[in-house]
Ligand binder design. Sequence first.
Ligand code: T4K
Length: 404
Amino acid sequence: MIAPPGESRPGRKTIRGLADLAIRGAPPAFTDIVHVGRPNIGDRAAFMGRVDAMLDSRWLTNNGPLVQELEQKLARYLGVRHVVAMSNGTIALEIAIRALGLKGEVILPSYTFIATAHALQWQEITPVFADIDPVTHNIDPAAVERMITPRTSGIIGVHLWGRAAPVDELAEIARRRHLSLMFDSAHAFGSTYRGRRVGAFGRAEVFSFHATKFFNCFEGGAVTTNEDDLATTMRYMRNFGFETYDKAVHVGTNGKMPEICAAMGLTNLDSLDAVVEVNRANLAAYEAALADIEGVSLLRYDPREQSNFQYVIVEVDPGFAASRDEIVAALHAEGILARKYFWPGCHNMQPYRDLYPHAGLLLPNTKAVAERVIVLPTGTALPPHAIEVIASVFRVLGASRARA
Ligand code: T4K
């Protein structure tokens, strides 16, 4: 059972013309902010039951029974030999990168959350940004090939928006050029590539179970791999390098997932299908509501693949009557916190902007996509009225200058 929406109550406002917009002085549609990434929360009683048992057991962290149960269930669900649970997706990325022995330069898209790049830079590995495919928004294998130098040790593909990166093409490049391939799968829990669940591709894949993700553990993450030695190394690394009490065998950090996070994960696993259905229905409602607005298109999900539909992505044509930023500002004024992920691209944020000031010259598709994307709210906490309000904002702004 999914918990009903929290404090966000449906707005009652109808937007028919410019004068109805909050950005023009009308009252906002929502006083409780509608966020893109409100957490999906599973059965509270089941969660509380797990927490009670955990408190009774006085085992709160350090690879406890709930973490082990979660790892086993996730491994079965994803179809992979090893799931190494971590405190969050960023630490999981850092540990995977280190355990794979990446060094020198690693190729990744700039069009991703900054954590993908930071996980490299944090370890003094140079992130080399490759351009994306403007249609899928995923890394372009031809661009990857162009960025390879003698210092390149690996490639990180990102399954952006939960749609799989071009796994086979990247694997072929990695094989031919003797590079390690891993994936940032933070968006893709439950998604498939050619019918197989994301999680067992490349040498390792990294998931985020942050509160804003479709499947959440409050905070959390995991590295998945079919390589036994790699999994063992990562288990040491997440626990200060300890093999047993008093015996460190590796450099390590503290990347452990606490038991309460695993309790949340186990609970939320039971409502995964229900959450996907809600997201799917929200997307269908967006498709219907935006269908007649020219110059605005929703990113499609491949009907042959499974997806979690956790991101609703709208692309605004440069020729649309209102700019992407004007639309976002108008939505914010209505209390709808639409986002511009992943504008302006990692290469335009620090420290990368100063370190690699010319990176953008090779990233024309990244620039174009980052300038036209709006991420809209979805999930189980979306107020029913929100999609209608959002579509009205697009419609009214779209008609405004066209009429003028
Ligand atoms: N790789 C990729 C491709 C990623 O997208 C991410 C994370 C990572 C790696 C790293 O994984 P983690 O280390 O995070 O596990 C959010 C998330 O914080 C971040 O996890 C996520 N990607 C990214 C795409 O989005 P922000 O800074 O844009 O938004 P944030 O966290 O402030 O949350 C968005 C809105 O959601 C808030 O304004 C309010 C609402 N919210 C948030 C939380 C935490 C709630 O309603 N309840 C909550 O508990 O990064």
